[in-house]
Structures are given as C-alpha cells and as structure tokens.
Design a protein around this ligand. Structure first.
Ligand SMILES: Nc1ncnc2c1ncn2[C@@H]1O[C@H](COP(=O)(O)OP(=O)(O)OP(=O)(O)O)[C@@H](O)[C@H]1O
Ligand SMILES: [Mg+2]
Length: 317
C-alpha cells in the first residue's frame, strides 16, 4: 500500500474474513457423521470493510452480537489473517510482523486478565518492563503518570487474584499502556463494573490517550463508554460497515427524535421515542393520560443508546 502516510494507526481496505465451519447434524448419529463429514459452509464474519483510524483517535467500534467486531480486532492484532483485502497497523501487516506488532499494541479484554495471577501488580509491571525493554526513565515516567491519574497505591502490592473485578480491570489497563504502545484495543473494558468504577476507568483511558496520544479502538455494548470516550464511531452489522462518522453527526441525523418520559402512579418512568416530524409529543401525552395517571413528564433529545438502537434496526445508512 503505497499511500501509507505515517499518520494512520490502522488502514483497512476491502478486508474480508471467512470462516469455514462444519455443517453439523443433530443427534448421536449426526455427531458421528460429522466426524467424517466434508460438508462445510462458509461464514463471512467480516465483509469488505474499509476503514482508516488516525493516530491519537479514540474510536468506538460498535455493532450487535456477532457483527464481526472481535474478528476485526483479532485481524488487527495479528491473531487472524484476513481472507482478502489489505490491512496495515502502524504501517505493517500485523500477522506477518507479529513480534513487532506486539510491541506496538496493548490489549485489554474485559473480564479476562492478562496479568500474572499470583504476583503483586508491581511485579507484573516489572516483568512487562523487561519483556518490552522499556527504559528505566520511561518506566518511571509512566508510573508517575499513573499516580497522577488514579490512586494506584492500594493495588500496587496486591496479587491480581486478590483484587476485585474493578481493581483487576484497572490493573489490566495500566499494564496494557505500560510499554507506551501506539494502539490499545479495549474489548468491553467496563463490563460488570459499578457506576463509579466505570467513571474511573473512562477517566483513566481519556487521560492516557491525552498524555500519550495513544490510539484507542474500543468495542463496547455500554453507551456510557461511547458517550464518555468516543467522538467518532464505526458500526458494523453482519460483517458490513454501516456507519462511520462523528457521534454528533448521528445525533443530528436523528435530530427530530425526542425521548418522552412519563412518571406513572407507582413512580416508575415509562419511555417513548418519538419522531417530531411525524408525531406530536402533546398528542402522545394526551393519549397516554387516558390510560394512566401521569405524575410527571420529561422530554429529552435522543440518547446515544437510542441512536445506536435505531441504526441496528436499520434506521440510518
Ligand atoms: N473461529 C471462528 N470460527 C467460526 N466462526 C467464527 C469464528 N469466530 C467468529 N465466528 C463467527 O463470526 C461472526 C462474527 O463473530 P465476532 O466474534 O467477530 O462478533 P462480535 O461482533 O465480536 O460479537 P459480540 O458482540 O457478541 O462479541 C459470528 O457469526 C461468529 O459465529
Ligand atoms: Mg466480540
């Protein structure tokens, strides 16, 4: 790819990934038949995806379950080879330069820790420092930066197995950034965390991105992550890219939508998404009032959550 300018963290051109899977038969007889079967079908997990991510960007790589997000990340990290198309990460073909690629990337999979289970975090840090040949100066600078962004004292001398899920996630993120990689992949980094830990993690990611200009590719089903971290989102569905633009652009696209919230007699809120172009909010309120007692009313603009849901349902191209 001659047009690589050096400014791109990721360049994907018409990337496809197919998996060959066995056509399974049911029952015991079927299972035995499968052992000798040559009856394969092809699953197209990623279809013709073209995408450029610039250095320092945080992008949300979104899509419903099974859309092809993890498959894309696996190709970017060099674990999988694309079936066709061109893919460069930091200007290199990931699966052909796996060692080099590892030095340039960091990876965090929510729930699954990459750290040494029985070692205190600081010992894991030292191992990573040696593994990646981080200089003493850079290492100390990084620890200093960590101290300025989060309270690392309570976890630094704790073995990972004794940590809470939140502390472990925090540790995993710190470990992924330790060798100052150009790109960090975060796969569901806030899954299972409480509200305040989520906020802490998001702040940390933002701080690291800002200080180190690290490119972050984030996959998540949590729209709070998207709101807090991403200016730009890419959405794939059934392997095909269906949206790639600023999140603000998307909200403008759905600018005529309002969220109507009605408080019922039992103090629970009911929500309705209304397109003001076709429906009058007042009409809806009047109609609802015939069926139930309304204690309070709120009208908001469309949330990221609802925007994404609309797109998954085929509301925008
Ligand atoms: N190793 C594999 N062999 C066969 N099929 C696979 C393999 N890995 C993924 N697939 C299929 O490819 C498609 C995309 O899967 P992928 O894991 O990339 O989705 P995802 O967007 O990460 O979903 P989720 O949000 O559930 O994590 C799915 O249909 C999946 O079954
Ligand atoms: Mg996945």
């Amino acid at each position: 790819m001659s047009e690589y300018s050096g400014n791109e963290a990721v360049v994907m051109k018409n990337v496809c990934k197919d998996f060959k899977v066995l056509n399974r038969h049911e029952g015991l007889k079927g299972s035995i038949k499968d052992l000798f079967s040559r009856d394969y079908k092809t699953v197209s997990a990623v279809k013709d995806v073209t995408l450029t991510v610039n250095k320092g960007e945080i992008i949300g790589y979104l899509g419903p379950n099974g859309a092809g997000k993890s498959t894309t990340i696996k190709m970017m990290t060099g674990v999988l080879e694309p079936t066709s198309g061109e893919l460069l990460v930091n200007g290199k073909v990931p699966y052909k330069n796996r060692t080099e690629n590892c030095e340039n990337i960091g990876v965090v999979f929510g729930q699954r820790s990459q750290l040494w289970w029985s070692l205190p975090l600081i010992e894991s840090f030292k191992l990573l420092r040696d593994l990646y040949m981080v200089t003493k100066e850079d290492y100390e600078g990084m620890i200093e930066l960590y101290r300025s962004l989060v309270d690392i004292e309570p976890i630094l001398h704790k073995p990972v197995r004794e940590m809470s899920l939140g502390q472990r996630t925090l540790s995993d993120i710190l470990a992924a950034f330790l060798h100052n990689p150009a790109i960090v992949f975060l796969d569901e980094p806030t899954i299972g965390l409480d509200v305040s830990m989520k906020a802490k993690i998001r702040e940390l990611i933002l701080g690291l991105n800002k200080e180190k200009n690290t490119t972050v590719i984030l996959t998540t089903h949590d729209m709070g992550d998207v709101d807090a971290l991403c200016k730009r989102i890419v959405i794939i569905d059934k392997g095909t890219k269906i949206y790639d633009n600023d999140i603000d652009h998307l909200k403008t696209y759905f600018g005529s939508y309002r969220t109507l919230k009605l408080k019922r007699a039992d103090d629970e809120w009911e929500e309705y998404l209304i397109d003001e172009k076709t429906t009058d909010v007042m009409d809806v309120i009047m109609e609802k009032q015939k069926q139930m007692k309304i204690k309070d009313v709120k009208i908001d603009e469309i949330s990221t959550e609802e925007v994404i849901k609309k797109i998954y349902e085929g509301g925008a191209k």
